[in-house]
Design a protein around this ligand. Structure first.
Ligand code: PLP
Length: 439
């Protein structure tokens, strides 16, 4: 593509984006496409060439390649830490803590599992991998099991209970650690969750850290993939919960500085924070001569390649910078508050207008989870009918054997009339589900 063609393609892309926003209401929520349809739309492949010398290319292998990319990332992740109420110890300033943008929450967990494995083996050298386990709960996102699969460990899920709103409590953790010890198993990381996928459950971090204080080789990670951003709303923050996240442990002298039990080591909210960057860099730093720089050797700069799986880096901090600059902190909070209000409208209207629906758990942030008349069959029929309806998207989930439906409000384009419209559509689908089950 020459420059003129590129210009035309760019204008055409902008036109398409504007048209899309102008006509957004006319599209199906779930597009009517079959597997392979989109692949067919992509033109036959042509020989491409990579030119690393163009003025626009950005090769961020280390700080030297693009100080702007590195330093903007450090800056915006510090802004985000402050916005969420995480204290100074999580920030890049001071070069001890670190905020690093990972590709996804799943990638974050794999990355911290590598750091935790390395840390555990420093404390307990020559522990066989087959004894080491990744610990989570039955409500941990499948990222826990996936990290275990990729890294070759067992994933152990602690049962959570309805009466604890599906959250991990200290007592259950203590019991699980006792049982694992009896089996000679060595948990090296616990993945706790703030805002579980199925119900928005929030593990009890204060109770967890009081247990892990006696287990200093257990790394504690918080997966707050979608729930974490709500910490930016003071009204959604439980200060004692934040205190538990920010609390520092007294490090055991005999184990050295790497070993602090009873504190949270890393936190991810689709931006990722770590308390002590050396936990990552010790595990992931491999520096061949061609990546060595005077600035990094002198400890003056951050090389994010040592805190992530990839070497090259995209300029993803620009998106966060742009969002925060264009909306501002108050705009960001307004957006989140709006989502919570709309979820409240949905919850209320559903309860008032649709018979036989019961909330499975109390609404958490912008997530509402419901079921139908204590009957899995009916709920399952509803989700099957909804899956074939292109005007809405419901996510089915099963918690403690109960099949439920999740409705999460997340788009800045959603208005009250859409939420009320969804309740109306659900009313029709629930009627159809009843007829189908009664037949
Ligand atoms: N953790 C939780 C609690 C989630 O809800 C999700 C997404 O559904 C994930 C992790 C996975 O996030 P990612 O797609 O960023 O790996």
């Amino acid at each position: 593509m020459d420059r003129e063609q590129f210009r035309k393609a760019g204008y055409a892309a902008v036109d398409r984006i504007c048209d899309y926003f102008e006509n957004i209401e006319s599209y199906d929520v779930v597009p009517k496409v079959q597997p392979g349809d989109i692949a067919k739309l992509i033109g036959a492949s042509r020989t491409g060439s990579t030119r690393t010398s163009t003025p626009t290319s950005l090769q961020t292998f280390n700080w030297l390649c693009s100080p702007a990319c590195t330093e903007l990332e450090s800056k915006v992740t510090d802004w985000v830490a402050k916005l969420l109420g995480l204290d100074q110890s999580w920030c890049n300033e001071g070069m001890v803590g670190a905020g690093v943008i990972q590709g996804s929450a799943s990638e974050s967990v794999i990355t911290v599992c590598i750091a935790a494995r390395e840390r555990f083996l420093r404390l307990h050298p020559s522990t066989p991998f087959s004894d080491m386990v990744i610990l989570g709960t039955t409500q941990t996102h499948s990222l826990g099991a996936k990290a275990a699969l990729i890294l070759g460990f067992e994933f152990v899920a602690i049962e959570t209970r309805a009466e604890d709103e599906w959250a991990l409590r200290g007592e259950a953790l203590e019991k699980a650690l006792r049982e694992l010890k009896e089996k000679q198993k060595k948990p090296f990381i616990l993945i706790a969750t703030l805002g579980s996928t199925s119900t928005g459950a929030i593990d009890n971090i204060a109770e967890i850290t009081s247990v892990t204080a006696a287990h200093p080789s257990l790394f504690l990670h918080i997966d707050a993939a979608w729930g974490g951003v709500f910490l930016s709303l003071p009204e959604c923050r439980d200060e004692s919960f934040l205190d538990a996240i920010n609390a520092r442990a007294v490090k055991g002298a005999e184990e050295g500085a790497i070993c602090a039990g009873g504190e949270v080591h890393s936190f991810c909210t689709n931006l990722h924070k770590i308390r002590d960057r050396t936990l990552l860099t010790t595990a992931l730093d491999i520096t061949p001569p061609f990546l060595r720089t005077a600035q990094a050797s002198a400890g003056l700069v951050t090389d994010y390649r040592n805190m992530s799986l990839s070497l090259g880096r995209r300029f993803r901090s620009l998106k966060i910078w742009w969002t925060l600059r264009s909306y501002g902190v108050e705009g960001f909070r307004r957006h989140l508050r709006r989502l919570v209000e709309l979820a409240e409208v949905f919850e209320r209207t559903l309860g008032e207008e649709v018979k036989g629906v019961e909330l499975f758990t109390k609404r958490r942030f912008s997530l509402v989870v419901f079921r139908l008349e204590q009957a899995n069959t009916l709920t399952r029929t509803l989700t099957t009918l909804a899956a074939a309806d292109h005007s809405l998207m419901l996510t089915p989930t099963t918690v403690g054997g109960t099949e439920c439906v999740r409705v999460a409000v997340g788009s800045g384009f959603t208005e009250e009339r859409h939420v009320r419209g969804l309740v109306g559509r659900l009313q029709v689908l629930i009627g159809q589900a009843r007829e189908a089950v009664e037949k």
